[in-house]
Design a protein around this ligand. Sequence first.
Ligand code: 26V
Length: 841
Amino acid sequence: MLTFVRRYLSRGIINTGTYPGRKVRMTEITAPKSPVTAEQFADEIREQLKYTQNVTTEQATPADVYVAASKAVRNHLADSWFKTQADTVNGNTKAVGYLSAEFLMGKQLRNALLNAGLTEQFDKAVEALGFKVQDVVDAEYEPGLGNGGLGRLAACFIDSLASLGVPAFGYGIQYKYGIFKQEFDKDGKQVETPDYWLANEEPWGHIDYNRDQKVSFGGKVVENADGTKTWQPAWSVRAVPVDYLVPGYKSGRVNTLRLWSAKSYDEFDLLAFNRSEYMEAVTPQVKAENISKILYPEDSTKVGKELRLEQQYFFVSASLHDAIRVFYPGQDKPDLTTFPNKIVFQLNDTHPVIGIPELMRILIDEYGYDWDTAWSITTKTFNYTCHTLLPEALEVWPASLIGELLPRHLEIIEKINAQFEDELKSKGVDKNTIKDMAIYTGDAVRMAYLATYGGSHVNGVAELHSQLLKDVTLKNFSDVYPDKFTNVTNGVTPRRFVKLANPRLSDLITEGLGTDKWLSDLEMLKGLEPLAKDDEFVKKFAAVKKANKVDFAAYAKREYGFELDPNTMFNTMVKRLHEYKRQSLKILSVISTYADIKSGKVKAEDVTPRTVFFGAKAAPGYYLAKMTIQLINNVSRVVNNDPDVKGKLAVYFPWNYNVRLAQHLIPATDLDEQISQAGKEASGTGNMKFALNGAMTVGTLDGANVEIRERVGAENFFLFGMTVDEVEKKYAEGYNPASYYEADPRLKHAIDMVADGTFSNGDRNAYSPLVADWLTKDWFMTLADFSAYMDIQSEIEALYADELEWNRKALLNVANSGYFSSDRSMEDYLERIWHTAPLAD
Ligand code: 26V
């Protein structure tokens, strides 16, 4: 047994095995800090209104109350925050630094209230002040500092680390503009508008001007007389930290999310200004501040983007220097050989991998360590998580770009590569393989390879994904360094995605289990299993779902103007828009169903009334993805306006899918779609959120679907489609999508309808690139899986007709999904990768 587990056993906070897999119990040490009454909390809000917002309660708007209440909650968390910081630095527990270009946090207020134990007080206080709780909560604007799963995972992980009491820092960028706001134009096309989330006062981030860092770029490297190197950069920016509280749930701990914002050192070029050249005078400022201006949308094309590399280096360099400042306060000559005992850094995908040569540079150039010592410290400090299987998503930077922007780092990378080649040679690896494995090819730098060689561990994010990393994507590396490779299956935080998103279900779970302890030990959901045999309980569970659907209908009416029928099956597909995820498969099946109802091929009384929801953003430069959005919107327009299918089929595409919408839609969903081509979705985390909220899943054997199905039981999961092996075989044989089009009349008819102008007011060219792609390329084999997907629908509908049985199975999904808590993911990282533990009380 690992030492940290043993240590916690002796403190009585380890569950010794009631639930297999669970190692560290959350401590639940703290009663919420200085609990106050609703009246007292109302006074605190009044005080904030008066002294920091400078408005009277009478003048205050809901937005003022939101800011005031947020600041009041922060005050409640302050002492725990200071104590956690002090214990982190002074204790003997190694901290975790989670380096991530994205943190998709979602709204903060409700989460902070929950963790501060102030939810009820807040609700009552706001009412007492004469405001509607909903209006105040709605005044918060969601920070969209992430594209999708990777960014949301980072947010779930730091929530769980704080809840487990593990000392941790999230390090990232405070982008001024987050992921674009999505709108649809009159033709159903996606229109992107800037998301200026900081337009109004943002009460959560604390700007700490006194703990800034200097980050430099460009210039040249000169060799000194003693052989050491000096980098003479051409320009620098000021990295200013903006700190966010990360309160743990009942742990008494509050960690820090430190997001860097770029500021210029030269506010004005006075010389230029005196010549009245105003625009030129602010040029350096604009250039510097551009670095944290905008979150890059995930792109379909792998073009080298200078600004993106600047962003990566900017936040990683600032974070590494910050960690040294935090752990060796006031020391000019710290003993950095102890650095890996103070903090371990997780590289969230390849985005922060420039941190490896940066730490080498810091150690050698700034602190005078020799190469070997620096390498030993560096490799112990970093670990790498890969989040993809698509080769094009692994970052490769042109060497010329790195050379221009970070000349010293390019030298270091070359030297790492030379050392790597020697090591491979000495291990007897053949010449061609060595060439294939090059970190530095002469023209380019492969960041995933650099991360694999330069860190201690590499992990995938679900069993299948980790296996494919070893067998395919990083096979050569796993052959040479088998021990580096491990798996940690993703998870999601039950606090946000069950307790906050689904209060009704949370209450029912607490009623069923007789305790609310499941919120910090999610495997306890297993205790619901026997209740699946209890019809009365299952009926209560069904009633929760129904009430959530009614709520969502009201929400959708208010926010989008949709008229939803909560008596239909709510069938949801929400995720980034990507060909591999196969939104195409879903929309083709909807078209086919539409055609069948309309033509009378399916009798009206045999149709299961369904409302299909899509939520997805497409990268602005991703042509086919954007066209798919346009198609979905137009299918929606045609179907929803056709009296022939009224009450039977409806399609809605609420725009601008984000964490807030997820929190509303997921609890209201009956059936969720996880239908990626097998072997392409690294994990998926939406699948976990749906299962935990009592939706049934239709899915392929891909990513974490495999493990979800294993746990909830094959009979409680709608499986369809080719396996990874079958997909590989088909690629090898030569895939011909047109043969599937010819073979299945349902598919032929659906594609013909897209091609004949049914969804484009008669314009036969509107979707021709999409249709041509389906019929001639179809790289992700949508057509090959179509028949299987249609066939499983009858199984789904038969079960849905039996309300009790459906809900019994959905409840079994909840009962058996406790494993997919991000608390468990964190325990796995602690045990397999970080080798650290919660802080002592
Ligand atoms: C790619 C790029 C390319 C360069 C420009 C910026 C950028 C930003 C994001 C991305 C891809 C994001 C990768 C991602 O979100 N992966 C997802 O990670 C989830 C968490 O592990 C996992 O559940 C999903 O399966 C995986 O697609």
